[in-house]
Design a protein around this ligand. Structure first.
Ligand SMILES: *Cc1c(COP(=O)(O)O)cnc(C)c1O
Length: 363
């Protein structure tokens, strides 16, 4: 591979790229290569990548076995793009996912491949919940994050992002997340109260949309008891439980699904980020059997389930999810990280906290 031979020239970005760029500001370097957890810059630095594509690279950069699967696929002239037409790559992905991930966990879902972004999958989930329930309101949580398109951002808390939408955002009601009002206050009690009180002013929800650990919102960890209460409340008020597992799924918190420790059975699971295993864009919904109320083509898109990402996603499942090694390594590495980070935090004194979770246990 030819290295970029210019000295790091972040000024060129200033001239060429929109002001909207963000991570290149926090990490002012030109990144040339990556392998596993390390990245190289064009001025010869070797860095550990703790950002990991915000949870997109759970198996590291350029996993060699996954790379072999996609290079072989490319070399064979197999179909890379075919809208959502049937290919062996897609069938293989669904069959592998079903047998290795779903069947073992006694979960029964249908697959919907959406446009490549997590936001598009969230949009599809909200549309489907509204269609099924004929209700509009989505209950979501303070500090939640679900993506940048208008439906997803309407259910996301961040004021800066919301303001950038430029139009009124509607159809969502924010509730306090687990722990938001301090340790002595069970916010699920409040949720139940307002959703079952005809006079609360909160419209009956189509869905309760929740992250098991809030990622962008600052690594806020929900407890098993709280998540189970939220599931029960959703059922009692006739709302779908939608778990946004985009950032916390695929092993980020230990198990494949971040809700396994809480024994949830979501009506819809939204997955993306590490789903392709290689940083390739791939997003999907898992829809509980019996809730697949879509008409053919009712939610469409050019890049639904791109075959290269399906091939890398299948390889990732075969390599990492047929055994427990990865899950155990997540805990081991997490424990080591916590130790080091706590030492750093204590040197900086008050205001610095270490937060994280392994299977629902706050670490
Ligand atoms: C990243 C993220 C999204 C949005 O995914 P995009 O691919 O950026 O659209 C939605 N929900 C959660 C929890 C995320 O972390």
């Amino acid at each position: 591979m030819q290295e970029i031979n210019a000295a790091p020239n972040m000024q060129a970005l200033d001239i060429l790229e929109s002001n909207v760029r963000s991570y290149s500001r926090s990490f002012p370097a030109i990144f040339t290569r990556a392998r596993g957890s390390t990245m190289l810059t064009n001025d010869g630095r070797k860095l550990i990548d703790f950002l990991s594509g915000a949870g997109t690279l759970n198996y590291g950069h350029n996993d060699q076995e996954i790379k072999a699967a996609i290079t072989e696929y490319l070399a064979s002239d197999a179909v890379v793009h075919g809208l959502d037409m049937a290919t062996p790559a897609k069938l293989d992905f669904m069959q592998t996912f079903k047998s290795v991930i779903l069947r073992k966990r006694d979960l029964r879902y249908k697959f919907q491949f959406t446009g490549p972004t997590g936001a598009n999958a969230v949009e599809a989930a909200l549309k489907l919940a509204r269609k099924i329930t004929r209700r509009q309101n989505i209950v979501c949580f303070v500090h939640g994050y679900h993506g940048m398109s208008l439906g997803a951002i309407a259910a996301s808390g961040n004021r800066f992002y919301r303001a950038a939408s430029g139009i009124p955002l509607s159809g969502a009601t924010f509730m306090p997340y687990d722990g938001y009002l301090g340790p002595g206050f069970d916010t699920a009690d409040y949720l139940r109260k307002v959703l079952t009180d005809e006079g609360s002013g909160i419209d009956a929800p189509a869905a309760i949309l929740v992250e098991t650990v809030q990622g962008e919102g600052g690594i806020n960890v929900a407890s098993k008891a709280w998540l189970q209460s939220v599931q029960t409340i959703a059922k009692d008020v006739g709302a779908l439980l939608v778990v946004d597992d985009i950032q916390m799924g695929c092993g980020r918190t230990g198990e494949f699904f971040s809700f396994e420790f809480a024994a949830l059975s979501p009506d819809i699971v939204v997955s993306s980020k590490s789903l392709s295993g290689y940083g390739l864009p791939l997003s999907m919904l898992l829809i509980k059997e019996g809730l697949d109320a879509w008409q053919p083509g009712e939610h469409t898109g050019t890049f639904r389930g791109n075959n290269l990402a399906l091939v890398s996603g299948t390889a990732a499942i075969n390599i990492y999810w047929r055994c427990e090694t990865l899950s155990r390594r997540v805990k081991h590495t997490g424990d080591r990280m916590r130790g080091r980070l706590e030492a750093i935090a204590s040197r900086h004194g008050k205001g610095f906290a270490v937060r994280g979770a392994w299977n629902g246990i706050r670490v």
